[in-house]
Design a protein around this ligand. Structure first.
Ligand code: 13P
Length: 135
């Protein structure tokens, strides 16, 4: 699966802990991230992460483009609901595209805990069929 990992600044520590805890699952997948999140995950875990631009510089939009091209399967996005983001329209657009294309999205740690277990159990294998049918 192609998985995007994104965290706002106040949530980066939680993302690092999440990625560390579930490294054994995440390492079996293709990982993508916005710039700073990806760098921190790589530094903390050694996981191989493809890094897009930083969120405020267009990273959310780049991930959105992958979704529109059917090249992203899951999005784990630890949003900070208490801090205004300069690129709020990009964040909304990314989440909107998840809804448009039926891409599983979680926006907090509690949801991510469920998603990662579902991933391990094969609950998202239908995404392989969706991708094969488009090729
Ligand atoms: O702002 C972000 C997502 O909206 C995250 O970007 P960074 O990972 O570059 O901090």
């Amino acid at each position: 699966m192609k998985i995007s990992l994104i965290a706002h600044d106040e949530k980066k520590e939680a993302m690092i802990q999440f990625a560390t805890s579930y490294q054994h699952i995440l390492e079996k997948h293709d990982l993508f991230a916005t710039g700073t999140t990806g760098k921190k995950i790589e530094e903390a875990t050694g996981l191989n992460v493809f890094r897009f631009e930083s969120g405020p510089l267009g990273g959310d939009q780049q991930i959105g483009a992958k979704i529109a091209e059917n090249k992203m399967d899951l999005v784990i996005f630890f949003r900070d609901p208490l801090t205004a983001q300069p690129h709020e329209p990009d964040i909304s657009a990314l989440m909107r595209l998840c809804d448009v294309y039926q891409i599983p999205l979680v926006t907090n740690l509690a949801g991510a805990e469920v998603m990662i277990r579902a991933l391990k159990a094969g609950f998202f294998d239908w995404r392989n069929l969706v991708r094969e049918n488009e090729d």
